[in-house]
Design a protein around this ligand. Structure first.
Ligand code: MG
Length: 387
């Protein structure tokens, strides 16, 4: 029996890497649902190749347009949030790859989790917004969440068969982004194109900018606390420019387990698609003789304040991480549009967090309302700075 796969965000970097793994194992997987945000030309090519039963495009005008590009008698075209939800929760789907960027993935992921699906999770923002809610629903419905964010996938593998009480800390490695060796002063000159040059990974724009500010690592710290049920103080970050060690666990007896591999997203994706099995593949192998040296440094939180903002948000708990995430999404968007400078990203987030009154144990309705509030506040702050 083929595993039936739905991919949320099939035209993005995670989606394309997932499809390339599926191309390697055509007898093992069947693509039954795809969703995309903007790139309907590429989505229509994917429909012709994989013949999914359903696709969804969030924007209804674009959903209409794609009908003229494909054979819509064979593939049903859905739109809006309901369309994404229908694909995520579809009874003929075994595994959902959550590869969208940003907060828009939250509701579809919750729908998949409530239906007890296996969710291969790359989209970290929903965990930052609503980690407790997602994990509680997953427990209730016996859904399995397998992280494909490379660090969390590594830690997930290091933790297999281990007891929670045995964990001392989990260690997220961080390539450091393009600016880790820059003096703090020079960061005021960072341009959009410099920030989009990630030294190790080729990814979407949002996560690439987050990697440059180190907010990506901040979001990953929050994600790790929920995924692995550990406290904030049990999550450590080390800068590791070679990006060969993807994650580690230090156990209470002082022994570390580390996961090493090529910096290639197809590795954690294949692991998640096949879990709990492992399969041979033809991907490039790691040659440690060639790597020769591995470096580790402690990150400078003064230089990269997003990291400490994320920790403060997790410390405050409740809706504060939702607000951190919402403000960050708007600040990154504004930076990409050149409305704010690189060093203004953390300033906007800090100010929105400062204005926020935390709601502890929020319901979904409150999370969505605070996400919207944070985004509006960030927009106001950005507008005021530049009037
Ligand atoms: Mg990562």
């Amino acid at each position: 029996m083929k595993k039936r796969i739905a991919i949320l965000g099939s035209t993005g970097s995670i989606g394309l890497n997932t499809l390339s793994i599926i191309d390697h194992f055509p007898d093992q997987f069947e693509v039954v649902g795809l969703t995309a945000g903007n790139n309907i030309e590429l989505l229509s090519q994917q429909v012709k190749k994989y013949r999914p039963r359903k696709i969804a495009v969030f924007n209804s005008a674009k959903a209409k347009k794609i009908k003229s590009l494909i054979d819509s008698s064979r593939t049903k075209v859905l739109d809006g949030l309901n369309g994404l939800n229908e694909i995520a929760a579809s009874p003929d789907v075994d595994l959902v790859v959550a590869g969208m960027a940003g907060s828009g993935g939250l509701i579809p992921i919750l729908e998949a989790v409530k239906k007890g699906k296996v969710v291969a999770l790359a989209n970290k923002e929903p965990m930052v917004m609503a980690g407790d809610l997602v994990m509680n629903e997953a427990r209730r419905a016996h859904a399995k969440i397998i992280p494909i964010d490379s660090e969390h996938n590594a830690i997930f593998q290091c933790l297999e068969g281990k007891k929670k009480e045995e964990i001392g800390s989990v260690v997220l490695t961080c390539s450091g982004g393009p600016f880790y060796s820059w003096p703090k002063k020079k960061l005021s000159t960072v341009t959009v194109s410099q920030a989009l040059q990630h030294p190790r990974w080729k990814m979407g724009k949002k996560v690439t900018i987050d990697s440059a500010t180190l907010m990506n690592k901040g979001l990953e710290i929050i994600e790790a606390t929920y995924l692995f049920g550990v406290s904030l103080s049990q999550v450590k970050v080390v800068i590791h420019p070679e990006a060969i060690v993807h994650g580690m666990v230090e156990f209470i007896d002082g022994i570390f387990l580390a996961l090493l591999g090529q910096p290639d997203m197809r590795l954690p994706i294949q692991h998640a698609l096949y879990y709990p099995e492992r399969k041979n593949n033809t991907l490039p192998r790691l040659d440690l003789g060639n790597v020769s040296k591995l470096h580790f440094f402690t990150p400078d939180e003064k230089k990269f304040p997003c990291l400490s903002l994320a920790k403060q948000a997790r410390e405050a708990g409740g809706t504060m991480t939702t607000v951190l995430n919402g403000a960050n999404e708007i600040a990154v968007e504004a930076f990409l549009k050149k409305d704010i400078k690189f060093l203004e990203i953390p300033l906007v987030i800090k100010e929105v967090m400062h204005r926020h009154k935390v709601i502890q144990k929020p319901a979904l309705k409150e999370i969505l309302a605070e996400d919207k509030w944070a985004k509006q506040q960030a927009q106001k702050i950005i507008k005021k700075c530049h009037d």
